[in-house]
Ligand binder design. Structure first.
Ligand code: GLY
Length: 575
């Protein structure tokens, strides 16, 4: 340990302060976000969604039925974040069949997509086209994914599980602050498309305001069709035609053939360990699980616990590990059905040790320090979005992150359907070194290709004890911050022994290599910690991360403990 580092340790020990934590949203209290129960626990980002999941269980359904009901309901309740015009991932632990599996219903690039489609003639990136309008959308996968999950694990009739969403769309709900903020921010994009304006804006294109009731009648009718024929109309019939017509009208590429060719992939989860605990998370096309494991592997080499969770030393080490993971994300990650992603190396303890040894305790890493080549030890390789977690006392788990990418996706509602189409094509790299909406850099493995899936950061995750007993399941929205928010919450529980509420509400930070700064959310770091980090060469930017962790932990007394992030508008409900 260097002298300076020792000095920092002593200084911070002398100034140990209580954990800095986010307060709950104004007008709410901790009990709105936290629950303990014996049998079932549901943590979602929407009150109507949590109730929809409970509706399924109250009718004798299992947690997989509840997850399907929640997915349809959240599509209605958070139309700016997710929807049936988008896709997602679902991690499942099904106790009866001893199966831990990952459903990938991420959007697919249409057949006519190509690697230059988001470049101007001079080779520069055209983010307008990848973010707004027809070209921005990939073929939606959510409906197919839910049908597949139902086929394998559901117990109630599929149509019954869509009912709460139909009611929510038809009767409407009051616009809450998060939705009002998204409507205000995206009103100009929504105003460009009559079909979107009709639902979300007033005649003069001003947004509907907080407290007004949002009714989505076209979406209710679409959901009724899905309730009656599952994926038939959506992928092979009337709805597929409407989506293709809308795409043609707005310069998009998705055809009825693309809709018919959508496939759900069931994947083997990516696994790692942290101090003996087992981490089971989402493999590519998500970067999430891989880099959560990589960052934890790097940090396992340090004694973070004795440094303290919000000490400058712990933040410096953790941020440096995040930087390294994001440099690798840019270089290697993509849909590994289309390119070789070195997953074994990225998640190996051996490579993590090499990276850990490159961290200078006295100095922040700079861009010139990258890339850190790992070819010497190369192993043979085989405030967007939403998340919910559901668990039962038997140990069944669903952890699912779903999205249409940016707020209101492409801003296009497919005419006559109420479906907000995603802008997931922006998650591809427009060229090597291109950046997406979240500032993440993309490489060769993430270039656009027909039928390929864009790289994601969504990280639905499950954590187990050394003996394989479920300990926790969690996830969050918010682009590239997803994986660092999930990783920090795991670290807070496993390394710092925080109880779940503290782990979720503690100040969070994020470093993604580029831009070169530590982004810290409210209520920030202690001033002396920030000063020490600056002395190590870190730039600090105060900006909320947008994460909204939805977590459930099986406590040692056998109770399920649910926490919905106090920064959001969710609800944890146990019974
Ligand atoms: N669209 C955000 C993500 O998949 O990471």
């Amino acid at each position: 340990m260097s002298k300076y580092f020792l000095l920092l340790t002593l200084t911070s020990c002398a100034l140990v302060s209580p954990l800095k934590q986010s307060s709950v949203v104004k007008g709410k209290s901790r009990t709105d976000y936290e629950s303990y129960a014996k049998n079932f626990m549901i943590s979602t980002q929407g009150v109507g969604t949590t109730k929809a999941a409970k509706y399924a269980i109250d009718r004798g359904g299992n947690i997989f039925d509840a997850a399907i009901a929640a997915s349809f309901a959240i599509s209605v309740e958070r139309p700016h974040s997710t929807g049936i015009g988008g896709g997602g991932f679902m991690m499942i632990d099904h106790v009866e069949s001893k199966t831990k599996t990952a459903f990938d219903f991420r959007e697919m690039a249409p057949q006519r997509a190509h690697s230059k489609m988001f470049l101007n003639e001079d080779g520069t990136q055209d983010t307008d086209r990848s973010l707004t309008g027809g070209l921005a959308s990939g073929v939606p996968g959510l409906v197919a994914g839910l049908v597949e999950v139902h086929k394998k694990y559901g117990s109630l009739p599929f149509g019954d599980l869509v009912k709460p969403a139909i009611d929510l769309a038809r009767k409407g709900f009051k616009i809450y602050p998060g939705l009002a903020k998204a409507l205000e921010a995206e009103k100009d994009r929504l105003c460009k498309f009559e079909s979107s304006k009709k639902i979300f804006l007033n005649e003069d294109c001003s947004p509907k305001k907080e407290g007004e009731v949002l009714i989505q009648e076209d979406l209710a009718k679409t959901l009724e069709l899905i309730a009656s024929d599952k994926n038939q109309s959506f992928y092979f019939g009337k709805l597929a035609k409407k989506i293709a017509n809308s795409q043609a009208m707005h310069g998009g590429l998705i055809t009825t053939e693309d809709m018919a060719q959508y496939v759900v992939k069931e994947r083997k989860p990516i696994e790692g360990t942290y101090r003996g605990y087992k981490i089971v998370s989402m493999p590519p096309p998500s970067s999430g699980g891989t880099h959560i494991i990589q960052i934890l592997n790097i940090l396992e080499n340090a004694d973070l616990r004795s440094m303290g969770p919000q000490s400058s030393q712990a933040i410096h080490l953790t941020s440096s590990a995040m930087q390294m993971a994001f440099a690798d994300r840019a270089e290697y990650m993509g849909d590994n059905d289309y390119s070789v992603v070195p997953l074994r190396t990225l998640t190996s303890k051996q490579y993590a040790k090499v990276l850990y040894n490159k961290i200078n305790p006295d100095l922040a890493l700079e861009s010139k320090d990258f890339p850190i080549p790992f070819n010497k030890i190369f192993l043979k390789e085989p405030d967007h979005t939403t998340h919910f977690t559901i668990m039962d006392s038997k140990g069944n788990i669903v952890s699912s992150t779903q999205t249409i990418n940016g707020w209101f996706g492409s801003a296009v509602v497919a005419e006559g359907t109420g479906i907000v189409m995603n802008n997931e094509m922006d998650d591809f790299a427009s060229h090597i070194g291109g950046v997406n909406l979240f500032g993440a850099i993309g490489g060769k493995n993430n270039l656009v290709h027909p039928k390929k899936r864009p790289l994601s950061s969504m990280s639905p995750t499950m954590v187990y004890t050394e003996k394989g007993k479920p300990l926790m399941a969690l996830g969050t929205p918010s682009g590239t911050r997803i994986l660092t928010c999930v990783m920090q919450t795991i670290l807070n529980v496993l390394e710092y022994d925080m109880e779940l509420w503290d782990a979720v509400s503690a100040t969070r930070y994020h470093h993604q290599w580029y831009p070169e700064y530590i982004r810290v959310g409210d209520p920030g770091f202690e001033p002396y910690v920030e000063k020490q980090l600056k002395e190590l060469g870190h730039k600090i930017v105060r900006k909320n991360l947008g994460c909204s962790i939805q977590a459930i932990k099986l406590e040692s007394d056998g109770k399920l403990h649910g926490v919905s992030d106090p920064r959001g508008e969710g609800l944890s409900l146990g019974f």
